[in-house]
Design a protein around this ligand. Structure first.
Ligand code: NAP
Length: 484
């Protein structure tokens, strides 16, 4: 299969926070990889901006070091790196002061796409938006990219939306949720809407339940104090898992375009029922396997913040009434694994005597690792022992199925930045979507805060607290095992 790389229009991309962790690990190496792939044209420029008084040469040396560290050796071609570094510039700038804005304005070129990536703390988003405007740097076609977290509750998200809206239209604002840039997450839409196989069965009549798991092996070490103010509900469920739920549950959009896709996602969020306290299990990892506990990492012995959460969620609409969605995510679990499991119901009538071997059809969509699809189907057990049934997997790894092209899937950030330049907002969250997600999340968090609920401890390397198993067992269901 031949890879199709279509170059984007020439651009000036200003990266605020260009010396920070995200820019160093993801944004700048990602831009280099797109340059290497031929998607970024030679007349495009990347302008780094931060307070540090770096020279352009010093900035280029930092970016070279980041490429060496974060780009695989097969793409690190000396001439290519030099050509990329020549596209880089740097301006010392203070988001909350006046220094640096005039030089930035002087650098901007007419006639190319103008984009501004806010890779800084959200508290600075308003200052950047306001100064880009007051200094006449943003034009009517400019785009801004804002990082998560987008608020920590409905009120702060609304305030952030309001401050950005003072200076930019909604179609200029790109709220990144890097989960939406993942190849398999987009494949959810392709699998659902480009095949006739699944969609007729995609409803509560045929789907018993859906599980969404995002399991991590890492703890919060190093950023425990920051994480303790957030927790798994705010950090993972309100954004990433909500987006996965939307893509699984939404109605077919009339067209694959930003407004249509985002309208359908919004309807799912609005159809979510409030979650009963009994349908939520929160956990904190304990010490073990030579590692400290969550409370040690968060430096807060009295912490009530969850590093794990499992919830049973209902989407109250015609399609999904009666089909629960079980979501779980946590840190320090047995394996790093993200997957969506759709478990189908029994056929209405069995013509076979063998019920022992019968199992439900299960569709597993693996987001990581080894992105792919696994569909469990029933067949006859081979041999002369009569009509006995057994289940086998139809297993497909995208990397294997797609050969070379599959092995070179762009990182989520690369894809999303290219979408910003193309002006395609389909994979970005709209303001009303973010607010609706917080409107659903807020009462859940307020509920456990008011009750003073404490998270249950769980062993590192396990699949989470025992109570989370019970959340499904009591419904006669079980979580798919998190496998090493
Ligand atoms: P970071 O490592 O702390 O970097 C912050 C950047 O902002 C630095 O370049 C810093 O440089 C610059 N900065 C700080 N104050 C400034 C000011 N007043 N004016 C101009 N520049 C200023 O943070 P990060 O981890 O890269 O995160 C950046 C954003 O991405 C945050 O919103 C974060 O929540 C989000 N995010 C990060 C990750 C990640 O993996 N790191 C993942 C998801 C989302 P100077 O100090 O030189 O000004």
């Amino acid at each position: 299969m031949v890879s199709r790389v279509i170059p984007v229009e020439p651009f000036d991309l200003v990266v605020f926070g260009a010396t920070g962790d995200l820019a160093r690990r993801k944004i700048l190496p990602g831009l280099y990889r797109r340059f290497w792939a031929g998607q970024v044209t030679a007349d495009s420029r990347i302008i780094g901006a931060a307070r540090a008084a770096l020279t352009e040469d010093a900035f280029r040396a930092d970016v070279k070091a980041a490429i060496d560290e974060f780009v695989s050796a097969d793409k690190r071609d000396a001439a290519m790196i030099d050509a990329f570094l020549a596209r880089l510039h740097y301006v010392p700038i203070d988001a909350v002061g006046e220094a640096g804005w005039k030089p930035l304005k002087d650098m901007m070129r007419p006639g190319v796409v103008r984009a501004f990536y806010f890779s800084v703390a959200p508290a600075l988003f308003g200052d950047l938006a306001q100064r880009l405007h007051s200094h006449g740097i943003a034009d009517t076609g400019s785009r801004i990219v804002v990082e998560k977290p987008f608020g920590r509750d409905l009120a702060s998200a609304r305030a952030l939306n309001a401050v950005l809206a003072q200076h930019f239209r909604e179609d200029q604002i790109y709220r990144i949720d890097h989960y939406l840039g993942k190849e398999t997450v987009q494949n959810l839409m392709a699998v659902r809407f480009a095949n006739i196989l699944f969609e007729p069965l995609w409803k509560s009549e045929y789907v018993d339940h859906v599980q969404i798991t995002v399991a991590e092996t890492v703890g919060v070490d190093g950023r425990g104090a920051y994480y303790d103010k957030s927790g798994a509900m705010r950090d993972m469920v309100q954004n990433h898992m909500m987006q996965l739920l939307c893509l699984i549950a939404m109605e077919p959009p009339y067209h694959f375009d930003p407004a249509a896709v985002r309208d359908e996602k919004l309807k799912v969020i609005r159809a979510l029922d409030p979650v009963a306290p009994d349908d939520i299990v929160r956990g904190q990892y304990l010490a073990g396997a030579g590692q400290d506990s969550y409370v040690t990492h968060s430096q807060n012995p009295a912490s009530r913040t969850e590093s794990y959460i499992a919830l049973k969620v209902h989407v109250s609409n015609w399609r999904w009434k009666g089909t629960p969605f079980y979501l779980r995510t946590g840190k320090r679990l047995r394996a790093r694994e993200s997957e969506i499991v759709v478990t189908f119901r029994e056929p209405p009538h069995s013509i076979f005597d063998d019920t022992e071997g019968w199992r439900e059809n299960v569709l597993v969509i693996r987001l990581q690792p080894n992105e792919g699809i696994n569909l469990k189907v029933m067949i006859k057990e081979p041999g002369p022992g009569g009509m006995r049934l057994t289940q086998v997997p139809l297993d497909m790894s995208f990397a294997e199925a797609l050969g070379e092209e599959g092995a070179d899937i762009p990182d989520a950030y690369e894809r999303l930045i290219m979408d910003v330049i193309r002006g395609n907002q389909t994979l970005f969250m709209r303001g009303d979507e973010v607010e609706a997600a917080w409107a659903w999340t807020d009462p859940i968090i307020q509920g456990w805060e008011a009750r003073g609920d404490r998270p249950r401890g769980y062993d590192p390397g396990s699949s989470g607290p025992e109570d989370a198993l019970m959340l499904m067992h009591r419904d006669g269901r079980r979580w798919r095992e998190i496998r090493e």
